[in-house]
Design a protein around this ligand. Structure first.
Ligand code: 8YV
Length: 317
């Protein structure tokens, strides 16, 4: 009996995605550590690639279950759930799907900013629940256009967000390891996120996830934002000191937050859920039909490259 050469770590989003992977090589779904450990030894020996999705850890012990594993292809740009050092030590290549999702993630960042400032969610309920028809006007909300915005992390996604903010007439400030080639007037704050926070009302977190950016938006930076400060996070929950954020929101030291990602997602801290000045989303920034298709194509291009003995299009190690 021939066993599949690809292990997929989470169910497919669509039949197309399934067909695309199966067109490279037959695949088997083993979505939990228990399911992987329960695979017969021959089946584990046959696995040469993992098509990974989601944010559950892939550590060295998981890799060791598959002695012939050569590549882990992440469905997504962020690969913080994969222990890349452990992969490198075992000669395993890790790949991701950069760029194809920049526009959607940036769109969601702006959607969060607009929805938060213009009370879109509350306004919808105002109409549906008959409050408007009963003669009550929605309380005035807050102007976004023209306000100073801080982009914490001017990578490819940060840049796509900044370009959109600039179109709204928002002066752009940013942090990054190095100064970027930007339109005139954008202000570089080095890696000083506190200085960035002092200069802006809107703080958009767009740094990569992982150990190096844990708590990047620190307690000090959150407090430096001040009472009109609004925090947007489309990066990773770990990039913000979430305890400090909750404390600042509860005490009214900042105005609010709109968050697509969380420390312990999908289990969102009950204190965040209880706060009226917080807008919550289920980690959906790249979740459009079009972009998920392009991410799947990019993931499969890496899988195919491995089985064809070609160079990987987007390796990370
Ligand atoms: C996806 C993401 O939700 O690309 C990323 O890093 O966080 C998202 O686009 C995720 O990768 C799905 O596996």
């Amino acid at each position: 009996m021939t066993y599949p050469a690809i292990l997929i770590s989470a169910p497919y989003f669509s039949e197309d995605e399934k067909a695309r992977i199966e067109a490279v090589r037959p695949a088997v779904l083993a979505g939990t550590p228990e399911a992987r450990a329960a695979m017969p030894e021959e089946a584990r020996l046959a696995i040469r690639a993992i098509a990974n999705k989601g944010h559950k850890p892939i550590d060295g012990a998981t890799m060791d279950l598959f002695p012939n594993l050569a590549v882990i292809t992440q469905f997504g740009v962020g690969y913080d759930a994969i222990d890349v050092a452990a992969a490198t030590a075992r000669g395993i290549t890790v790949t991701n799907t950069p760029d194809v999702l920049n526009e959607d993630v940036a769109d969601l960042a702006l959607a969060l900013m607009l929805a938060w400032s213009r009370e879109i969610v509350k306004g919808d309920a105002w109409v549906r629940e008959g409050t408007w028809a009963a003669g009550r006007e929605l309380p005035l909300n807050r102007k976004m256009s023209g306000a100073h915005v801080g982009i914490a992390g001017m990578g490819r996604i940060g840049r796509a967000i900044a370009d959109r903010c600039a179109a709204f007439g928002m002066p752009v400030h940013y942090t990054s390891r190095t100064a970027k080639d930007t339109p005139e007037g954008w202000t570089y704050h080095g890696e000083d996120v506190v200085s960035l926070a002092q200069a802006v009302e809107w703080m958009v977190v767009a740094v990569v996830g992982g150990d190096k950016t844990k708590g990047y938006l620190s307690r000090e930076a959150i407090d430096a934002l001040g009472p009109r400060g609004v925090v947007i996070n489309i990066a990773r929950g770990t990039c913000i000191d979430e305890e400090a954020l909750i404390g600042a929101l509860e005490a009214g030291r900042i105005a609010g937050a709109a968050l697509d990602v969380f420390y312990n997602e999908p289990h969102v801290d009950a204190r965040l859920i209880a706060l009226p000045n917080v807008l919550l989303q289920p980690h959906q920034a790249s979740s459009t039909v079009e972009t998920r298709r392009d991410m799947s194509i990019a993931q499969c291009a890496n899988l195919k490259a491995y089985f064809d003995g070609e160079p990987f299009p987007t390796p990370v190690n």
